[in-house]
Design a protein around this ligand. Structure first.
Ligand code: RB5
Length: 147
């Protein structure tokens, strides 16, 4: 898989480790910043990664800020994006199986590196189940078409 990655300054260090881990699992990653601990703003990276994923050029995205909250909210403003913020692997797995999430987010101030790896692994290995879940996921998409 090809994954788009982004973080703010709080998440960039964990992002390096998670990017290497994703690559070790046999996937490709592209980092859209931030590239240092210099203070910056999470909405820029949430938006950028979300646009890249929504364009269809990536199989998914991984976003990290202090809590994962601000950067996932930002990503969810982009049409076609279903970003989940997780602090444990069960939600990550179910979010892919039931909600067809295309971005996973977490907080570098919330999870350690080992837990972050578990979250990412479960999310990458899970598949959308469709079926009874498809109607509801389609209903999410319909919200985007309403003013
Ligand atoms: C930055 O201080 C912090 O607010 C940000 O990383 C994130 O936690 C926001 O949701």
């Amino acid at each position: 898989m090809k994954l788009a990655m982004g973080s703010d300054h709080v998440g960039w260090e964990l992002k390096q480790e998670i990017s290497e881990y994703i690559q070790s699992l046999g996937h490709e990653t592209v980092d859209f910043g931030a590239y240092s601990s210099e203070r910056t703003d999470y909405p820029k990276y949430g938006k950028k990664v979300a646009e890249e994923v929504a364009s269809g050029q990536f199989d998914g995205g991984v976003l990290i800020c202090g809590t994962g909250v601000g950067i996932s909210i930002s990503a969810n403003k982009v049409k076609g994006i279903r970003a989940v913020v997780c602090s444990e692997p069960y939600t990550a797995k179910l979010s892919k199986q039931h909600n067809n999430t295309n971005i996973v987010a977490f907080g570098s101030r919330v999870v350690g590196v080992d837990l972050a790896k578990m979250i990412v692994k479960e999310w990458l290995e899970a598949s959308y189940e469709g079926g009874r879940h498809a109607k509801r996921v389609n209903m999410i998409g319909e919200i985007e078409t309403q003013e």
